[in-house]
Design a protein around this ligand. Structure first.
Ligand code: NDP
Length: 278
């Protein structure tokens, strides 16, 4: 039986992970900006559910939630850094405040929670961390540049953290979902840039329109994604990254092929910058 600590558990993927873990008898510290949303969604789980307030941008809340988790369950086996939000708009259309706000949650929020939870795992010399990235953590599309930048940042943090924590018995994985049928594209979640520039109508603007038309039509099932995360967390050796969804596999393969082709095509120019030994 594991103890899970999940951020952004009020709805969407986070809530499904909490439900799946509780259903199989694990204990869960489910955190959200408003923990009442969790209690309302999951009545009757008093024994193995601890719902706590956690806005991931607040270090003091993260520290308090971890203290309460340890007091109640004695430790944390699996951390899921799930809290996050999208932002759609061309790069130039995005204001400094809009870009920083999404970085504050998706990147600095994750770091905040890592700083709070990892000491507990280091002391135990065991633990698992699942960082919820995105296809957008590997591939950037027009209109999603700043959101992708947050997930690219998450990928870098995850890759390094995996190396740093492996010798201490802690495994770290990046989970890369494709479009999931949650509130992600709904106006309650997805940020929209205020400034619209006509020149981006067919690029960033097209993505804005796509987002508006595709809420509720996404190919990915968050219940199945949550089940896959439980399978992942149970593996003896977690992979460095786990893409979720058929389109994600195709998109990442296309990206890797393009990166590989650039490496091959430009290798002479790439090598030309080396210092030639005297
Ligand atoms: P939802 O919009 O349904 O859920 C987002 C969750 O994040 C909510 O619980 C929300 O809480 C929480 N959250 C937002 N800001 C904060 C904050 N400051 N502190 C704590 N919690 C916060 O989307 P998903 O469930 O789909 O998103 C979950 C993760 O999956 C995100 O990291 C997202 O980037 C990623 N993802 C989603 C994809 C998709 O298509 N759905 C695709 C790829 C990745 P509140 O209810 O308080 O707003």
């Amino acid at each position: 039986m594991s103890v899970w600590f999940v951020t952004g558990a009020s709805r969407g993927l986070g809530l499904e992970i909490v439900k799946a873990a509780l259903t199989r008898g694990d204990s869960v510290v489910a955190t959200a900006r408003d923990p009442k949303a969790i209690e309302q969604a999951l009545p009757g789980h008093a024994g193995n559910l601890l719902a706590l307030p956690l806005d991931v941008t607040a270090q003091s809340q993260a520290d308090a939630a971890v203290q309460a988790a340890v007091a109640r369950f004695g430790g944390i086996d699996v951390l899921v850094n799930n809290a996050g939000r999208g932002l759609v708009g061309a790069v130039e259309e995005t204001s400094d405040a809009e870009a920083r706000a999404v970085f504050d949650i998706n990147v600095f929020g994750l770091l905040t929670v890592v700083r709070a939870v990892v000491p507990v795992m280091r002391t135990a010399r065991r633990g698992r961390i699942l960082n919820i990235s995105s296809t957008g953590g590997v591939v950037a599309w027009a209109g999603w540049g700043v959101y992708s930048a947050t997930k690219f940042a998450l990928e870098g943090i995850t890759e390094a953290l995996r190396l740093e924590l492996a010798p201490l018995g802690i495994q770290v994985t990046s989970v890369q979902p494709g479009p999931l049928r949650t509130d992600f594209l709904a106006s309650s979640s997805l940020g929209q840039v205020e400034r619209v520039i006509d020149d981006y109508a067919t690029t960033g603007g097209a993505s804005r329109a796509w987002a508006g038309e595709n809420h509720g039509l996404q190919e990915g099932d968050p219940v199945k994604a949550a089940a896959a995360l439980l399978t992942l967390a149970d593996l003896a050796e977690m992979p460095a990254r786990l893409p979720l969804g058929t389109s994600t596999l195709a998109d990442i393969r296309t990206k890797l092929a393009a990166v590989g082709a650039d490496l091959e095509t430009w290798q002479e120019l790439s090598r030309s910058t080396d210092v030639v030994p005297a």
